[in-house]
Write a protein that binds this ligand. Structure first.
Ligand code: SF4
Length: 277
C-alpha cells in the first residue's frame, strides 16, 4: 500500500468515526499493508464503556496486575475488495476492472457500471457523486437533466464536454438515488483516485456535498463552496451539484462565481463568455 493510499484510508476512517461509524472491517491484506506502512492505529472504536474500578480493600494484598488486553482484532469480514489492485493500472485495464467489479452491493441493483467520460489528458476534471437513472441506462456520467446543465456550465467556462473529464465517486447507481454508503465509497474510491492519477488535471471541480466529503473531508458544501482546496497537489474547487441548481436556480449565481475562479486559474477570461438569454 502506498503512503498516499495509507493516508487516504486513515482519513476516510477518521471521517467515518467522526460521523458515528463505530467499526469498519478490513480484509486481512488491507489491514496488514496498512500497519506495515503506518504506525498510527486504525481509528476503530470500542463500543462498551470501561467497567467501574472495584473499590480498594486496604486489608487485602493488592491484586496481581492484570495482563494488558490483546489488541483488538482488525481482520474480519472481507468488506474491502478493490482497494489495492488498481495501483499502476492503465486506462484499459482500469476500465475493464470497473466493468467486471462486484466489490460492493451497489452492483446488484444497477444496470451497468458508469466509468467516466472525456479527455484522458484534460486540464479540467469534474467529479460528481454517482450515476442516476439516465446514467445507469446509458453507461455515461451526467447525461440526464443535471448532465445537460453541467454541459452548459462547461460550455460557459469556454470548454466543450470533450475537453474535460467527468467521473463519479461511485461507478454504480445507488438505489433510489440515495447517497453512497461508507462501505460502498471505500470499495469504489480507489477507481476514482486512479482516474485522477491518470488524467493529472490542473483543476478539479467537485460537484456537491458527497465528493466534497469523500475526497476532501469537507462537511458543508454551503459553507465550503467557492474556496480553493488541495487534493494531492491538484487545485480543487467545490461548487453546487447541477441537480441542486435545477432545484434552486437562484444558487446558479454562486456556482457561476465558483466556475469563474476556475476559468481564471486556467487562463480563461469570463468576460468573453456570451451571456445566455
Ligand atoms: S460501486 Fe464501485 S466498488 Fe461497488 S460494485 Fe460498482 S464499481 Fe464496484
Amino acid at each position: 500500500m502506498s503512503a498516499s493510499l495509507t493516508a487516504e484510508l486513515q482519513r476516510i476512517l477518521e471521517r467515518w468515526q467522526s460521523r458515528g461509524v463505530r467499526t469498519v472491517s478490513l480484509s486481512p491484506g488491507v489491514a496488514e499493508a496498512y500497519f506495515r506502512r503506518s504506525p498510527k492505529p486504525l481509528p476503530t472504536v470500542s463500543v462498551a464503556p470501561p467497567p467501574p474500578r472495584p473499590a480498594p480493600r486496604p486489608a487485602a494484598p493488592p491484586p496481581p496486575k492484570a495482563e494488558p488486553p490483546p489488541p483488538p482484532p482488525v481482520a474480519a469480514a472481507p468488506v474491502v475488495a478493490s482497494s489495492l489492485p488498481v495501483e499502476g493500472m492503465g486506462w484499459e485495464e482500469l476500465q475493464a476492472k470497473v466493468a467486471s467489479c462486484e466489490a460492493c452491493k451497489l452492483r446488484q441493483g444497477c444496470t451497468q457500471t458508469v466509468f467516466g467520460v472525456g479527455d484522458i489528458h484534460a486540464r479540467l476534471m469534474f467529479i460528481g457523486e454517482g450515476p442516476g437513472f439516465d446514467e445507469d441506462q446509458q453507461g455515461i456520467p451526467f447525461v440526464g437533466k443535471a448532465g445537460q446543465l453541467l454541459t452548459k456550465m462547461i460550455q460557459a467556462m469556454q470548454f466543450s464536454r470533450d475537453e474535460v473529464y467527468i467521473a463519479n465517486i461511485v461507478k454504480c447507481r445507488p438505489p433510489n438515488n440515495r447517497n453512497p454508503e461508507p462501505d460502498e465509497v471505500l470499495c469504489c474510491l480507489p477507481y476514482l483516485r486512479r482516474q485522477i492519477e491518470l488524467v493529472k488535471p490542473e483543476v478539479i471541480v467537485v460537484l456537491g456535498a458527497v465528493p466534497l466529503r469523500e475526497l476532501l473531508g469537507g462537511r458543508s458544501i454551503m459553507r465550503e463552496r467557492g474556496e480553493w482546496r488541495d487534493y494531492h497537489g491538484i487545485a480543487v474547487m467545490p461548487t453546487f451539484h447541477p441537480s441542486y441548481l435545477l432545484r434552486v436556480p437562484t444558487a446558479k449565481r454562486q456556482a457561476w462565481d465558483d466556475l469563474q475562479q476556475v476559468m481564471q486559474r486556467l487562463g480563461k477570461d469570463p468576460a468573453q463568455t456570451t451571456p445566455r438569454r
